[in-house]
Design a protein around this ligand. Structure first.
Ligand SMILES: [Zn+2]
Length: 440
């Protein structure tokens, strides 16, 4: 009999509900869960406002009785564009003269934005030309005379706390917050970089898991342009609680650690067998000793005595443990960071090693043999990242070092600050959920 667990039933119902909603028009897709499963609060000194960093020409925009916003079209010139907007006379001639001295008018491209500002008498008092996101040219009246100035628009940032409960996918949970599709993907990649060694995003996530984040939001003139760094986070995954904090070292290099200062990245063991020698290296082309056919050797052979224990090079989950004609008895593991490792020609597979088994780094998977297509006792060890074979001996695995002792004081200061923001956000969320539950 197959017991049906309630969370799966709930998930199935929600997925049906979701499928019904997918056909609705509009972008972004409305989330039926957004109102109940997510929470966001904002902190930080910067209130994003559409302000330029200098009083002039900001005053021109503020004083204008009317502003027109448009984009240059293909083949348009500044002169023709302004004449097209109904501008005539010496005012226009003078303004164009000042503009031509400052702006390289030949660099004006179709699609670039401009604004025209008029006073209450419908006289042109200013022109703004957006070179790129952070650079604008102003040609405007300054005490009666026309003047041109290039304005560098600063990026403003603030920190925000978000708490996303996972109903069907991390992507949808995050999408409930993120203002743009590209910012969702960007944030998912950042989360993957932090947790990729501890969490398998395809298999570990369960209904009701939760991701709490403190992340920077970036704005230009009050307009959201994307996320900055994740400063701290806590992932509740399948019964595990994984807090992390970002540490910026004196050189400005950022990396993530547990609050105790341990690295989240798990390096692979150098070799899966002790007391061995490498008998054949990784190559994309070699003559096979048995078949005599030239073909790639997608792994490393370790010659070792029969029965030598073979260890998992990193923590992971067993995906295959069986016999095959070529590999003989073999074990395949799936790890974080989209890595897969494979161990071939085993004489015997260790008891309990079967698909679905979670293994620790260094755990024994089996013993060196010569089953399958092998001339002598050896272990063939292969490593794949994504769908690509990589050379285990040449791969630079991420460092697994803890916070260096000489940076400990600095780490503690940053940790305490970012964790406080996280804990405050979590407390507010709990209060908001309790309030909603009480019907407030
Ligand atoms: Zn081999």
């Amino acid at each position: 009999m197959l017991p049906i667990r309630r969370p799966k039933t709930v998930l199935a119902v929600l997925l049906v509900l979701w499928a019904a909603l997918l056909v609705l028009p509009g972008n972004p897709i409305p989330s039926p869960f957004a109102t109940t499963t997510t929470f966001q609060s904002v902190s930080g000194p910067v209130a994003p406002t559409p302000e330029l960093p200098q009083p002039w020409p900001q005053s021109v925009a503020l004083d204008a009785a009317r502003a027109v916003s448009a984009r240059f079209t293909s083949g348009s010139t500044l002169d023709a564009t302004l004449r097209g907007a109904g501008l005539r006379g010496s005012n226009l001639t003078t303004m164009l003269g000042v503009a031509a001295e400052a702006i390289n008018v030949r660099r004006i491209r179709p699609g670039q934005e401009y604004q025209l500002y008029f006073d209450s008498a419908e006289e042109l008092i200013g022109f703004r030309y957006q070179l790129d996101r952070q650079t604008a040219w102003f040609v405007a009246r300054d005490d009666g005379d026309w003047a041109a100035v290039k304005v560098n628009i600063p990026i403003q940032s603030r920190t925000t706390f978000m708490s996303a409960e996972i109903v069907d996918s991390l992507h949808r949970a995050v999408a409930a917050y993120a203002p743009t599709r590209s910012s969702v993907n960007d944030l998912i990649i950042k989360v993957g970089d932090i947790y990729g060694w501890d969490v398998d995003f395809q298999y570990d996530l369960r209904y009701g898991d939760r991701l709490d984040l403190v992340v920077e939001e970036r704005f230009v003139e009050g307009k959201f342009i994307g996320y900055g760094e994740i400063l701290s986070a806590e992932f509740h995954v399948n019964g595990r609680v994984l807090p992390v904090v970002r540490f910026r070292d004196p050189d400005g290099v950022g990396s993530y650690f547990t609050p105790e200062g341990e690295s989240l990245r798990r390096a692979f063991l150098r070799s899966p067998v002790k007391h061995s020698r490498i008998s054949s290296r990784f190559s994309m082309r070699r003559v096979h000793p048995v078949t005599g056919i030239a073909r790639a050797h997608r792994g490393v052979d370790y010659a070792a005595d029969p029965g030598t224990p073979v260890q998992a090079t990193a923590a992971g989950v067993v995906t295959e443990a069986r016999y095959g004609a070529e590999p003989g008895r073999f074990v395949r593991l799936r790890h974080g960071g989209s890595y897969t490792s494979v161990y071939m020609h085993l004489s015997r597979i260790e008891g309990g090693i079967a698909p679905g088994t979670e293994v620790k780094q260094g755990q024994i998977l089996g013993y060196v043999g010569k089953t399958g297509n092998a001339t002598g006792y050896h272990l063939h060890y292969g490593l794949e990242q994504g769908d690509r074979y990589v050379d285990p001996l040449r791969l630079q695995f991420p460092a697994a070092d803890p916070v260096p002792t000489n940076h400990w004081g600095r780490f503690v200061a940053q940790r305490d600050e970012s964790l406080e923001t996280l804990r405050t956000g979590q407390a507010n969320r709990t209060a908001a959920v309790a309030g909603a539950g009480a019907g407030l």
